[in-house]
Write a protein that binds this ligand. Sequence first.
Ligand SMILES: [Mg+2]
Length: 236
Amino acid sequence: MTHMGLSSCVSLCLPDLFIERFCMTGGSSPIGYLKAWQTNLYLSADAEKVREALSEGIAAATMFMSNKLTEVSQTQLRVAFDGDAVLFSDESERIFKAQGLDGFFQHERDNEDILLDRGPLKDFLASLGKLQKKFYAKGHRLDCPIRTYLVTARSAASSGIRALKTLRAWGLETDEALFLAGAPKGPMLEKIRPHIYFDDQMFHVEGAAEMGTVAAHVPYGIAQKHPHKKSLNTGK
Ligand SMILES: [Mg+2]
């Protein structure tokens, strides 16, 4: 399904994972080959290559390993996603930056029935969903070896509804959806114990890594232009 970085990450929990495809590019960028390989996810410690992959429409993230690693399941792959600017576009984040929290809430209420645009990792969640359905077909619904999580700063009562409606319309509901309403993500991720967590904001990536989660940064959206400004995910 995937190759390169994810293979090494997944092999932490799936020691029998075969890594069959690889390339040696003599120091030149491998990004041009990713589409030909039908890559579902590109992970690298090289942020520049990750940005290049995202610009090619490939789901991609920069890896940051934690010094302290929380023990993870050996039998179930758990993947956690932020919502805005990861599964969804950064549309709402832009409204927050321009109009503040009240403007954001109003915008989400006004657009509750309008689906959010796709974000850079939507197709990767869809790929995991396809694998899950294969396990369901074999009777493994409750003990599916893949479990997905939405971990968002949106709140369930208001802005979260639009996110849920969008996922449902895409047919891509995560197994669990956690609406933190601005609370720190690190402690929740410590409980979930995902093998990897994706977020567009370094603040959350660092917060997750500090608490032992393998976190990956998706360098996409408005948060990259103003990384130190108050953001949707930290401002509530
Ligand atoms: Mg976000």
